[in-house]
Each structure stands twice: as C-alpha cells, then as structure tokens.
Design a protein around this ligand. Structure first.
Ligand code: RAM
Length: 916
C-alpha cells in the first residue's frame, strides 16, 4: 500500500487500494491471443463497507508512459461502475507480440479516489494466425518411440528479448542449449486437434547466448496417438515452432520450423516407447549426449541418424494461445513405506492415491532393466493389484547406461496410483529411491474447509485430492485405467465442488470450447465426452448438463459473462435438439446413462459400465428432469444477456416440462415420483418442480426410504449430490449429516474404512470380480458432496444477483454433534471466510466479506432459547429482545428468516456472538 500511496498524486486519498491485477484470470500473462482481454482487480481497505463506484484503467505501451499516468492505448476515463471483474479492454487495437502495461484506480462510495495500483502487464502472442510462418514438421521414419528435432543458429550481437511459440503433438518438450525451457509438462493441453491446437509462449531471452545456440524438441504421442495399436501414419507426431529474437539494434530475427533452414530430425530417441495409458520406456544407452547443444556431431558414432524433417500438413485445427494453466509437477511425495513381498520385488506405498509419476535414482550395470508398475491397491500378498486398469499398462521401464547414479522420470505419460512396484532394481533400494511427483493442471487451489468431525475432514481431503488428480487440461473421470476422459455426466454434479476448491475459470472455458468443438454442426447434439474419443456417443444423454451448468457456475463464482455470451447460441442448439427428442409431450425417453453406478443392488446386473445402469430410477425421469434444468438455465442466461423475450420463452418451456413431468411421473395419491425410490423423489425436489402442497409428503417418503435403508443412500452419481442438499434445505440437516457421516456400505465413510485416500467410482470396494471393469479408486463424481461442506456446514453461498461473490450469503447449518466448522474461498474479489464455534451457551461466528462486496450473514437462532438470546458484533449489541439494535458499523439491517437472524453487511471482518 505504501508504494501505491507514494506514487499517488491525487489530492483526495482514499485508504483503499486496488491490488492483485489480473488479465484474463492470470497475473501478467505472457502470450495471449484475445483482441479484447478482460481486466480484474481486488481492493484492499482497512475499513468496513467499501464499495467501488467508479474506476479508471490506463493501458500503455511502456512502463515509462504508464508511470506518467498516460494510457495511450486506452484511457477508460472515469467509468461509473462497481464492476471490478472482467472489465473488457476498450482501447486501440492491440498488436501482435507486444507487451502492454496497465493500472487502475477506483472511487469509493463516498467519491474518494484511490491512488493508482501498481502496474501490471500482459503480452500478446499471435492475434492474427497469419503471423505463423512456421511449418509443421515430423520425423521421416515414424518409430513408436519419440521424434527429436534440432537446429543450430548463431547470435552475433546483443539481444533484448526472445520468445518461443511452440506446439507439438501429442506432447513436446522444448530445450535450448542443453536445458529444458519452462516448467510445463504434458504440453499442450489436450483438444480435438482437427478443430483447435493450443500453443505456448516462452520467454527464452535468458536461454540464448552470443555465439552458437541450439534448439532441441522431443515429441511424445500423448492424446494425438494414444493407442499403441493405431496405425502410425494416422497420428504422426509433429511440431510447429517459431522463435522471435529481438536485437538491441532494433532488428528482429525469426527462426521457424521448416525443411530449409537447418532443422534435422531423428527417431533414434532414448524414449523407445511412450503412451499415456501404458507408460514410457527409456533406454539411457541410446541417449545422444549434447544433441540439444551447439556443436553436436550428428554423424558421430551412436549419435543416431539425423535427416531433414518431413513437412506435414498439420492437424488442421485453429492455432490458439493456450490460455489455461499448463500441466506442471505440483509437488513431491515421499513414500511412507517400502516392503519386499517377494525376492527382487519392492513395493512403495506413497500413502496417497494421486496422479503423476515416480522419479527414480538408480546405480548399476549398463543394460540393467528396471521397471515400475503403478497401482491403486494391493493383493493380500503385498504385490500390486492392477486388475482395475483394464488394458492400461501403467508401466515405466528404465534401462541403465551404467554411468554412476542415474535419475529418471518419464516425460510423456502419467499414472494414477498409490503403490509403485519396483522390479529389476540392481541392489537393494531404500525409501529414498523413489519420489512421487504430483502432476496436474496448475490451477490455483482456492478453498479450505475443516470442522470438528474428523471423518468429514477426511472426506473433504479425499474429495480435494480426487478432484486435483483429475485435472489434466480436461476434467477427467479417472487418472489410471484406459479411459481418463472428460465425461460430461460426472461434471454435472462434480463441477460445483470443483469451483469451490480450485479456480477453474480458465480450465472450464477451455473445456467449454472442447464441448462445442464436438457438437454436431447441423444437429446441435453434444457428446457424452469431450474431446470426443473412445467412449460415449452423440447425442449425449441429457445428463450431460454440465454444458450449461458450467457457464452458470462460472457466472456465479467467478463473475464470468463471456462464457455465456460465447456459447449461448450453441447451448440453444443443444436445448432445441433436446426439444426434438422430447417431442410434443415434453418427455425425453432417451437415456443411456441416467443416475449412474448406484449401489449394486439397485443396478441392472450385467448392464453397461459393469452393471452401472439403475434398475429402479426411470431414465426418462432423469433425462426429462435435466431437460427442465437446461430450460431454466437458458432462461437465466437470456436474462444475463438482456434477451428478455427469449428468457420468457425458456421459462414457458420450463413450465411445460414441469407440468409434463408431474403428469407423467407424479402419483398424487402416494406422493411418489416414479417408483418412489430415493433418486426418483429427490430429483424433482431438487429441481423445485414438486407442487407446493405435496413437498412435505414427498420429503417424508424420501426420509422413510432412507430409514428403510438403515440411513444409507441408494442413489447413483447424480442424485447423491441432490439428496444431501435437498434434505438440508428442507430442514433435515440431521438426516443429511447422518448420511454423510455414515461409515457402513454404501457411504464415503465406508470407503475411508477401507483405507481410501480418494473417492471411488463405485460404492463397492472392488479389487476383482465382475465389477472390476469399472472400479476406479480415484473418481470425482461422488466427490460432489464437497460442495455441501462449503455451502451448508460453512454456509458460503453465491447469490445470483451478485455474480462473482459481489453479493453472497453466509448461512451455516449446524447439525447436532458438530460444534465447529470453517470454510474459506479466495474469490475474484478477495477472501470469503465463514467460521463458527459453539458450546451450550454461545455461538461465535467470524465472517470476512471482501471489499466491493456485500453479504447477508445469517446467525442461527438457538432452538431451545426462543426469544431469549442476544446477538452482538464486535462486542456491540445488534439484536436484543427480538429487535435489531443496529450498533455495529457496516451492518445495515436485520431480518428474521427460517430460524436465523440475517444481517446485511458491507465489506469487512465481522465477529458475531449469539448468547443465550
Ligand atoms: C464410465 C466412467 C464415467 C462415467 C461414464 C458414464 O466410463 O466411469 O465416470 O460417468 O462411464
């Protein structure tokens, strides 16, 4: 703050300062290709009730200009607006490959102006695809291993800046002068390459030197060539690179991948095999020392055969700057134990099921073959059980060169595992031989939760791990078997948990593109998985509603409107496709997935997905319910975009579907939907379509069924989310809490009783037998319960009227047996925190409301002290004898609501105390 104040020349100074400037959700992004990028900032302020009323943004070509308060690219002027998220650039057209500086100042509710923020910057890549001069190149001989490229070049004078723009299919690693450039792994993010190919930008200024330099690129198969049985000519690994070097004398030199300028290619790589599913084989004896450095002798003995590269057409997709967080090695994990179940076989327990790989240190004779097999569970004899991997081998092999201590980790594969079985190790390995490497999209964790129940804390921990294990540029269903796909049905319920735990604005924007890329151009039908490979079909089962749920969550949580604008027409097409499926009676009979993978006794034995289809819940009820949900969301989108007429049309459509659903599935005599099982009754309650007068009776039926099942759920992946939430909202947090903390099958607690450190795909503990084909132990769909911890135990709720947490509600539910809970979320405006603690006399609640935000904070009224309680804030009386006394700063008013006293507050930190 002092920096800012020092720079400030304004006469009226507000003590609030804009900080944490973001452009397209990133701090100082390098290489964006968006013509009108969006700006966001937070405000820090040491007083309550801060509201921005106006802002001014300056964008300049240089820091010097900006420091003089000149925004020659854009001076927004004073804009009367409280918005500080996603302000769209409105200046002169941006140029390719330029760095721009920006800053912002704000006016508060009293009209005081702040000083300007610290400067931030962003750099463009290729706004215009014609800037690409490079050609796609490949190896002449396509061996199953990997292809390597190299090129030398001279730099004869001082350079000011250098940037490398690169993509390579399936994956690439860029090296300059013997070192890996940057820290991305498994780059670029996976897309349908015929539609869209992502490239990355690297600042390589410091990688270059005066004299001779060398670039080296290695390619892996990745998703481009994920099947090792695929005919290689159909998925030739290939790359595209453009290096721009700017000299101090103002000249620019461009080095591009091509066949003319000195590039050589070789398929004699030490990576002799690589596959996402199957693992990597690295023969260190084939290393070509110095291949990525200048002066390498390509004709030398054992240096491989190097030829001119082949020019290929490229995959055809549009080249786009990778806007989502790259996949990186996030952290290291040390094994907790190593056992030796059989001679020569060592099994490492990493203590956690995670996605990534292992790094190994080994010393031995040249040609020694060491293998690492990855698995989620063990057999009783202590060796790895890999039956649930289906055809995925998850096997890394390292062949020693025999030169001292060798360190190896793979480049072009990743695994889902807790255990590593090491075989062929020369000598006796110890606990330090292997290090776990956690690998995922480097999205920011933004949530935290804990409470006084250790089981709940463990479930939360397992959910967060499972979510993070399934973020690899696509939200995947699992990281271990031969699948790892972006299933839309899972995301329908998983997404809300995920947006509390991670900032997924960029990853979800990218995945929305993947879904649209897979959409039938004429029909508008979307697919069950995106990118669309291997499994699922088109049209998707309507349970694929994440297509519309994402933009809505992004709007609510991150204040993102662009995602709605961008995909609105496509979402409309999908909804009208569903209308076609429904026909005149508004019922969709099309269902292939439904409320998937319920407890085994509820499923059709032998149905697809290893008995994963519900035998009880009607598919048509689920499909039609989602059709309704989509119509409701379309109406909301239309409103956000100011399309009032369309909003009305979708509301009318929703009403018709609701009526049809009630006419078709609801029995007013028994108050049951369909067969009256948990899923069939809870889904209509969640959707809010149950006639008001029947609600309680339907809820009673639901509860009776839970009781009949000894307080267990019988729901599949979708309705499990809804059952917990509906019970809570309808006044039965006791039942919801009992289900969440259940420890016998089927429940999350049961998983934990079996040693789970992640969430499973099935309620059953499957290590073999007839369900093994679909028995991932690292599957986020049942992790949907994670949202309940934030929304109900911590009580943090978004508000439609204030997207991006500009308005929100804190309303904790306090089931018996729980005396403390706390949750926090780093929102686009700042940290939202809710913490409560109670004993038999008092309840303490701490809440943080970020600047430029307002909250409704609901303090529960103690049940057994009707009327006889007081509420204070910071020691000052706020509520006494049934009335708002209003003594605390920043607290505007209070209302009584469903057993809570709700206060309206501005920004600030609040400490409520309810005493009885
Ligand atoms: C399986 C996966 C996925 C699921 C789909 C329908 O392949 O388990 O998570 O939802 O089927």
């Amino acid at each position: 703050m002092t920096d800012c104040l020092k720079n400030c020349e304004s006469t009226v100074i507000n003590e609030c300062v804009p900080v944490d400037l973001m452009c397209e959700y990133a701090t100082d992004p390098l290489g964006i290709d968006i013509a009108k990028p969006r700006f966001s900032w937070k405000t820090v302020c040491n007083r309550r009730g801060m509201k921005q009323t106006s802002y001014q943004i300056l964008v300049a070509k240089s820091l010097e200009m900006l420091e003089q308060d000149i925004g020659e690219m854009w001076d927004s002027g004073k804009v009367e607006s409280g918005i500080s998220i996603g302000v769209v650039y409105g200046g002169k057209p941006l140029e390719n490959r330029k760095c721009y500086w920006w800053k912002v100042r704000i006016w508060d509710e009293e009209g005081n102006v702040s000083c300007y923020s610290k400067a931030a910057k962003f750099e463009t890549a290729f706004l215009d695809a014609s800037e690409w001069k490079a050609q796609w190149i490949a190896c002449l001989i396509t061996k199953p291993g990997s292809c390597m490229f190299r090129r030398e070049f001279r730099i004869d004078r001082e350079i000011t800046q250098a940037r490398a723009y690169i993509t390579g299919l399936g994956y690439y690693e860029l090296r300059i002068n013997g070192n890996k450039v940057g820290d991305h792994v498994l780059d670029p993010g996976w897309t349908d390459y015929t539609k869209r190919v992502l490239y990355s930008t690297y600042d390589v200024t410091n990688n270059l030197k005066i004299g001779m330099n060398a670039i080296g690129v290695i390619l892996g198969n990745g998703w481009h060539c994920f099947s090792e049985t695929e005919e290689r000519s159909k998925c030739i690994p290939q790359m595209l690179l453009q290096l721009h070097i700017n000299y101090a004398d103002g000249e620019e030199e461009i080095i591009v991948s091509d066949r003319r300028s000195g590039w050589y290619a070789s398929s004699d790589s030490p990576i002799v095999q690589n596959s996402i599913y199957n693992g990597e084989t690295y023969d260190a004896r084939l290393e070509k020392t110095g291949w990525d450095m200048a002066g390498f002798d390509m004709n030398g003995k054992d240096q491989g055969s190097w030829d001119l590269p082949l020019i290929v057409e490229g995959p055809g997709g549009e080249l786009r700057a990778q806007a989502l967080e790259p996949i990186k090695v996030i952290s290291d994990i040390k094994p907790i134990r190593v056992t030796n179940p059989a001679p020569g076989i060592y099994v490492y327990d990493m203590g956690q099921n995670f996605a990534g790989w292992a790094k190994i240190r080994v010393k031995g004779d040249r040609g020694t073959v060491v293998t690492m097999k990855f698995a989620e569970v063990l057999y009783e004899d202590g060796t790895v059980n890999r039956e649930n991997l289906r055809t995925a081998r998850q096997l890394d092999t390292y062949i020693l060169k025999g030169e001292g201590v060798e360190v190896y980790e793979p480049r072009f594969t990743y695994h889902g595992f807790r255990y590593v079985q090491l075989e062929g190790f020369p000598g006796e390995p110890d606990i330090n031989t292997i290090t776990g490497r956690v690998v995922r999209s480097s999205v920011e964790p933004i949530g935290s939760f804990s409470c006084s129940n250790t089981l709940v804390n463990q479930i939360h921990r397992n959910v967060v791990w499972t979510e993070s294990n399934n973020l690899h540029s696509v939200p995947t269903d699992c990281p271990q078997r031969d699948e790892r796909l972006g299933w839309l049905n899972d995301m329908t319920v998983r997404a809300e948990e995920a947006v509390f735990n991670f900032n997924l604005a960029r990853l979800y924007s990218k995945w929305m593109d993947d879904i649209t890329d897979a959409q039938g151009e004429k029909t508008g039908a979307i697919t069950d998985v995106a990118p669309f490979i291997r499994y699922g079909g088109r049209p998707a089962d309507p349970v694929a509603s994440s297509y519309l749920i994402f933009p809505w969550l992004m709007y609510l949580h991150y204040g993102d409107i662009k995602v709605i604008e961008t995909h609105y027409e496509n979402m409309k097409k999908w909804v009208s496709y569903m209308s076609g499926l429904a026909g005149e009676d508004y019922i969709i009979n099309y269902s292939r997935i439904g409320d998937w993978a319920p407890p085994f006794a509820q499923a059709i034995e032998g149905s697809v997905g290893a008995s994963a289809i519900s035998a009880i819940t009607p598919g048509a009820l689920i499909s039609t319910g989602y059709y309704y949900y989509n119509a409701v969301l379309m109406a909301k989108f239309a409103k956000v975009l100011g399309r009032a007429e369309e909003a009305v049309e979708y509301e009318e459509l929703a009403d018709k579907i609701k009526e049809a659903m009630n006419n078709t599935f609801f029995d007013r005599d028994t108050n049951n939907y369909g067969p009256g099982n948990q899923a069939s009754n809870v889904f209509p309650l969640y959707l809010g379509i149950v006639p008001e007068e029947n609600k309680q009776a339907v809820l009673d039926n639901l509860i009776n069924d839970i009781v009949k099942n000894d307080t267990h759920i019988t729901t599949g992946n979708l309705c499990t989310k809804y059952i917990i939430e509906v019970l809570t909202e309808m006044g039965r947090v006791d039942v919801a809490y009992a289900l969440v903390t259940q420890t016998t099958y089927p429940s999350w607690g049961y998983m934990i009783s079996k040693g789970a450190t992640t969430i499973w795909e099935r309620w059953e503990y499957v290590t073999g037998g007839k369900l093994i084909e679909m028995a991932s132990h690292n599957h986020p769909m049942y992790g949907s319960v994670g949202a309940w911890f934030y929304k109900y135990l911590a009580g943090i709720n978004v508000n439609e009227e204030g997207p991006g947490f500009s308005k929100f509600t804190i309303k904790p539910y306090m089931p018996d047996g729980l005396d403390f809970a706390e949750g926090s979320v780093k929102t686009m405006l700042g940290v939202v925190l809710s913490r409560w603690k109670r004993n038999d006399k008092a309840l303490n609640m701490e809440v943080a409301v970020p600047c430029n935000s307002t909250a409704k904070i609901c303090v529960p009224v103690p049940g057994d002290a009707k009327g006889k309680f007081i509420i204070k804030e910071g020691g000052r009386s706020l509520w006494q004898e049934g009335k708002f006394t209003g003594n605390a700063a920043g607290v505007a008013k209070a209302i009584e609501e469903d057993g809570y006293i709700c206060f309206e507050t501005g920004s600030g930190e609040y400490h409520f105390e309810c005493i009885w």
